[in-house]
Design a protein around this ligand. Sequence first.
Ligand code: ZN
Length: 481
Amino acid sequence: MTIDQFRALLSNTDLFVYERSVDEAENTVAALVRRGLEKLLAVAGERAETFAGTEENGLKLCPLTNENAKALMALFPYTKPASHKGHQFTMGFGDRLGLATPGHIRALGDHDIYPVLAQQSIRELNLTHRTFGDVISAAAFNVFQEGYKKGYGADGDHLKTKDEIQYALESGCTMVTLDCSEHIHQQAVTFPQEGIDALYTALPEAVRAHYEGVYLDKDLPVIGALSAEELRRIVIVFHEGIEHAVDCYRYIDEIKTVPVDFELSIDETLTITTPAEHFVVGNELHDAGITPISVAPHFSGAFEKGIEYAGDLNAFARDFVVHQQIADHFGYKLSLHSGSDKFAVFSTVGRVTKGHVHVKTAGTSWLEAMRVVAEADPDLYRKAHKFAIEHRPEAERYYHVSTNVADIPNIDLENDAYLPEYMNLPAARQTVHIAYGLLLDEAWFHDAFFAVMAAHEEDYYAALVKHLGKHVRILTAETDV
Ligand code: ZN
């Protein structure tokens, strides 16, 4: 089967062909096609038998199932996620809908950024009723649709247990972001010194001897000297988290079948990560022979979902420089979580890291989808908007946000032309942002929403190029050559 023969077969059908997808390997040609609003894989040639579908006009037409995604990844290895080791600038693009990837790829433009196109947390999977397998399949089909061959990663984001790690790796994830927050003694940050001392004295002698031997009376790189009081507090807050990280890292090493990128996240804590805390965590991993690919400290200021950074930008920049020195010392990169829409810090992040950084985005791509809905189907948007406001207390159980619904202009007083403006208002953004799971659970919304998105996919890609392209532009402005 040649590409020309394949195209001839396609031309006798009513199928719309995604031109960039047409590709050939092992005497087999395949393309992503669409009939009405339904996407399919068209395959012909020797390997067609590895796909499940129906014969039509000399072609096999295959639904976009996880099994067919596996067959596609086997035939065209560039559609399969891979480790991003060696790539300086990496960026996570969470896609809760399985629709955004072509826009994410186009938003990269010519920048040398390795994208992690499949990135979901367990919380996101639960709220959207998807599996890691579903997420990776969607990314693979979308990568194929775009004819994108530069590689991408798949991040099991904010995994907390070995079971979750096993699930992610067995599903094909190539990155694990380990969230140690449940093993970090967060309250102890504010305990009085006597409380810390009591807990510390109760620790096994070997643990205390280890920490005191390594950190006391030393001129430590980057951070200088640590007082005994400071060290005890850090040990009480972090030592179980560190043990958990080492334990999980060894587990990954034991079960992985392909290279896996290991990120340690300590960002979902109550307090900001001090340089001394970061140093001790980095150093303990280092002494255990572990170099994560990236570490996500809890940076100063507020990194809330879907809105601009809030806080003291000078303080952020000062802290960030020190965290970068620690990351350089141990040989990993910093990772910025909830990186969507934090335009005010991007110049600093790009400059200080010299473009050697990982930045995660997610919810903003859902908001761009809602912008498309606001433009294409005002009635559906109005209904969803009101639902999101009504259900905000429920949605706040999953996400912390600080904006106030009272700041959202009353939609009954606004005309249709105004509706996309809501996606520029912080309070409306956060309210719609955190409602995604609840909305997608509503049959009236789910079906109408996916129909609108299928009919307006190019509009969606264009919106993502505009919005995420702005992220990329500011982040890379000083490091691109
Ligand atoms: Zn995080």
